[in-house]
Design a protein around this ligand. Structure first.
Ligand SMILES: Cc1cc2nc3c(=O)[nH]c(=O)nc-3n(C[C@H](O)[C@H](O)[C@H](O)COP(=O)(O)O)c2cc1C
Length: 168
């Protein structure tokens, strides 16, 4: 699938809105992801307002491009009634990747910003949105029309990473 091979992290965006139909499609793609026991733990906050994006860009030292994105999705997991509580991060990773790949398909650019990777960033997101304890911040995904960067193939295949039938 060409979207998998061409996807790149895009961190510079044109000052151009992403159409509501595309935002809807991105959310639908995320929610099509597989999840453990089909528990579908995801929740999304969709942020498009300039000031809100500026505040959101400050939750992590590595999330500056959020400020100039057309839309940033805050990916959250709902900790209530998880069938398989150990799997929520894996479920959310699958949803995040689906969203990023659909963005490429729609000729948009996107980038994943880690949140669950840092307790400090998790707390910053929690405070910003006044999240209840059962809602677990996972990641931010910024999307927009790429400005000067593009989705293009870079080869990462390494034959030595593949082990047939046994380790050694
Ligand atoms: C869990 C995770 C966390 C990431 N966090 C950040 C981040 O905080 N800031 C950022 O600019 N990129 C972040 N990225 C994007 C990676 O830097 C990027 O995917 C990687 O350098 C490979 O480049 P590519 O996406 O263009 O293939 C993150 C990616 C993942 C999967």
């Amino acid at each position: 699938m060409k979207e998998i091979f061409n996807r790149r992290s895009i961190r510079k965006f044109k000052d151009q809105a992403v159409e509501p139909e595309k935002i809807d499609r991105l959310l639908r793609a995320a929610m099509q992801a597989p999840s453990a026991g089909n528990q579908q733990p995801w929740e999304f906050i969709v942020v498009k307002e300039k000031e809100a994006l500026e505040s959101l860009s400050q939750v992590s030292p590595y999330a500056k491009p959020v400020a100039n994105s057309a839309v940033t999705f805050v990916l959250l997991a709902n900790g209530d009634a998880l069938k398989i509580p150990t799997a929520w991060e894996e479920d959310m990773g699958a949803a995040a990747q689906n969203l990023l790949l659909e963005a490429v398909h729609l000729e948009l650019g996107g980038v994943w910003f880690g949140v669950a990777t840092s307790d400090v960033v998790v707390e910053n997101v929690r405070k910003l949105f006044n999240l209840p304890d059962n809602i677990k911040p996972f990641a931010l995904i910024s999307v927009g029309y790429p400005d000067g960067q593009k989705n293009e193939f870079t080869d990462r295949y390494k034959a030595e990473k593949v082990h047939y039938e046994k380790w050694l």
